[in-house]
Design a protein around this ligand. Sequence first.
Ligand code: UT7
Length: 313
Amino acid sequence: MGVGLLGTGHYVPSNVVSNKDLEKIVDTNDEWIRTRTGIEERRIADDDMDTSDMAFYAAQNALEVANMTARDLDMILVATVTPDTPFPSVANMLQERLGAREVASMDIGAACAGFMYGVITAKQFVEANAYQNILVVGVEKLSKITDWTDRNTCVLFGDGAGAAVIGSVSEGKGILSFELGSDGSGGKYLYQSQETDSLFMNGREVFKFAVRQMPESSVNVVEKAGYHKQDVDYLIPHQANIRIMEAARERLGIAEDKMATSVKRYGNTSSASIPIALSEGVKSGKIKDDNLLVLVGFGGGLTWGAVALRWGL
Ligand code: UT7
């Protein structure tokens, strides 16, 4: 038996903020944002919608696609750096709100690599036969820790949620290999300031790390799975910046239309970006049964994670 994704879902707030809208609040312009990042617009949640609300909608969608109810879940994992409160966790809130049994629930903090950490953690529990169906959500309301006067960061981020149910799939399908890593010496490049509560980023340093790490991790998981770069059907990189994503795509040597690019419409949604792009890829039919996928993320910490995955049940 393999361990794979039984269903995926996502939710993004309806409120669209364009680059032009941001020109009105900071000294920036549409041209700079597009050419440096690939971002055209992002979704920003209203004040009355918190992280757990978006997580709930994405989770409901994933359960529906997996043809399950919350009663089928044996564990709930939520990757987020923007929980409603430090505790109770968003995962705790979801357990109650979804109407799940009194199962284990916890949040995972690995910044933009959080969803990868969640999926790989879930895989271990399923493989060990401890649990059957595990909900993994990646969700962020980054707008609440964004400094809306800092043009270096406020143009980059957005809010949203993506989710997947992890469980058993047939032999040869599901997660074929993975890689997780972290380097705490890079913590100074991307963090939430204790003084201002806002996100701080040294963009150039994070960029340098990301253009090295994403391609390297992508190639590593493909090779660990026993495949070659040219076997990859679809690449789902963390949606941070199109230039970083292109570096990973070029290193794998795959065509432009074989990479998810939702960064254009949603900006960087941190731990939500990979599951949102995955869910959209499945819904649109771009991701097909038997496709070899690579999911790869990196983020504050510094943290990173990747999987090679044979899609299907
Ligand atoms: O998921 C978390 C991981 N985060 C990331 O992946 C972000 C990684 N970093 C990046 O994506 C890029 O470094 C940025 C998009 C943040 C910045 O792009 P860059 O090409 O590295 O630009 P830069 O920081 O070197 O800035 C170039 C210029 C500067 O002006 P000077 O000093 O050359 O006069 C900035 O002040 O662009 C200026 N600038 C802006 N101009 C217009 C910075 N932000 C803006 C802005 N609008 N929003």
